[in-house]
Design a protein around this ligand. Structure first.
Ligand code: PLP
Length: 393
């Protein structure tokens, strides 16, 4: 028996355990201090009423012989796929219902999609990065080339014709940087992918935070249906992080090496996946109703207001940052050229606020720091007042 030794090459992630250890230590030594956590990437508001009501009625359906559901379609129930299709239509993207695949979240699909691609492909991944893109490829032994996201390019790297790659990862609005590509920039990526024959894996998990005239979907860009797959999720849009539901769009026009990716993905899913629970899909479908849309907008506005308060504070302090608008993340440059972990310690010590050191997301993250807007409103205000009162000189 031979083991997949690539797993030995997957870097251990100490980021969140290191953070937890330092916070635990601090609280032990300072039991009177109220620590505010702005490091987590998880939502804190509950599922909205429309979703809960729909889930309750779906549970009741499961209790009666006439309405009970066993295995559902692997690619998701038509009622949910049609709602997703209409949602895309409202952003001027026409999809066929069979191009939409419901899943238990974007993370699974981002990992599973790699079944479709040869191990010898080269991946192009931004640095800093959502670590899943890197680790899933290291697990299969694929070569990774990093593209530099930095202060100079506003953490939005653009294609470099000298770099050879086959699989391109783009996350917009971005985690961890909060930066968002505009139409022209995304068009450059689509044109580049079409030219070199690469596939774009576009992660739109944070599209619901977009409010300016910026793309929410790669399919708003001409040509994208010939080179891109899109991953989206109800996690941040509607608080499904613990409920689990997402969707992946694989256009029927996506062909490489004479193989059709939509057909391949359907085959993959019907072979290795048995669908998302009916109760969860019923709940997710309520997100697209009139009440559901109004209620999720309320929750999104709550987080966006937190982001606005955070951004305003940093602006007042003259601290450089990306995100904060069209995104729940703020990616700030540590004052006085401090290193990420030094800034983490200082913030914990002086403001009793916890964030995430940028160095944990890649080498270009050194000297930067991530704060999230998913916290409590009052805590966010207090945290920003405390940060403002620190003297960084
Ligand atoms: N993509 C990005 C960029 C994320 O930040 C996250 C979660 O934090 C995910 C995907 C995972 O989403 P899901 O909960 O749908 O698996």
């Amino acid at each position: 028996m031979k083991i997949n030794k690539n797993y030995a090459n997957v870097a251990e992630s100490y980021l969140f355990s290191d953070i937890a250890k330092r916070v635990e230590n601090f609280t032990k030594n300072n039991p009177d201090k109220k620590v505010i956590k702005m490091g987590i990437g998880d939502v804190t508001l509950p599922l909205c009423d429309a979703v809960i009501k729909k889930m309750h009625s779906a549970v009741d359906e499961m209790s009666k012989k006439e309405t009970f559901k066993g295995y559902g379609p692997e690619q998701g129930y038509a009622f949910l796929r049609n709602s997703i299709k209409d949602y895309y239509k409202s952003h001027n993207v026409e999809l066929d219902e069979n191009e939409i695949f419901v899943s238990d979240g974007a993370k699974s699909d981002l990992g599973n999609i790699l079944d479709l691609f040869d191990k010898d492909n080269v991946c192009l991944v931004p640095d800093p990065v959502y670590p899943v893109y890197v680790d899933t490829n290291v697990m299969t032994g694929r070569k990774i080339v990093f593209m530099n996201a930095n202060e100079d390019n506003g953490f939005l790297p653009l294609p470099d014709k000298n770099v050879k790659c086959d699989i391109i990862y783009i996350c917009s609005p971005n985690n961890p940087t909060g930066a968002v590509y505009n139409y022209e920039q995304l068009k450059m990526w689509v044109d580049y992918a079409l030219e070199v024959g690469a596939v774009i894996l576009f992660d739109s998990a944070y599209e619901a935070f977009v409010e300016d005239d910026l793309p929410r979907s790669i399919f708003e860009i001409d040509g994208a249906k010939k080179c891109a797959v899109e991953f989206c999720s109800f996690s941040k849009t509607a608080g499904f992080t613990g409920t689990r539901c997402g969707y992946t769009v694989v256009p029927k026009t996506l062909e490489f090496d004479g193989m059709n990716l939509n057909k391949m993905w359907l085959r993959r899913q019907t072979t290795k996946f048995n669908g998302v629970p009916y109760i969860v899909q019923a709940g997710a479908s309520a997100v697209f109703t009139k009440e559901g849309q109004a209620q999720i907008k309320e929750a999104l506005s709550y987080y966006k207001e937190n982001a606005r308060v955070m951004a305003k504070t940093l602006e007042d302090m003259g601290i450089w940052f990306t995100g904060g608008k069209n995104s729940p993340y703020i990616w700030l440059k540590c004052p006085n050229n401090m290193k990420s972990w030094d800034f983490f310690d200082l913030l914990l010590e002086k403001a009793n606020v916890v964030g995430t050191p940028g160095a944990g997301f890649g080498k270009n993250g050194e000297g930067f720091f991530r704060l999230t807007a998913f916290g409590d409103k009052e805590n966010t205000k207090t945290a920003m007042e405390r940060i403002k009162s620190i003297s960084f000189s």
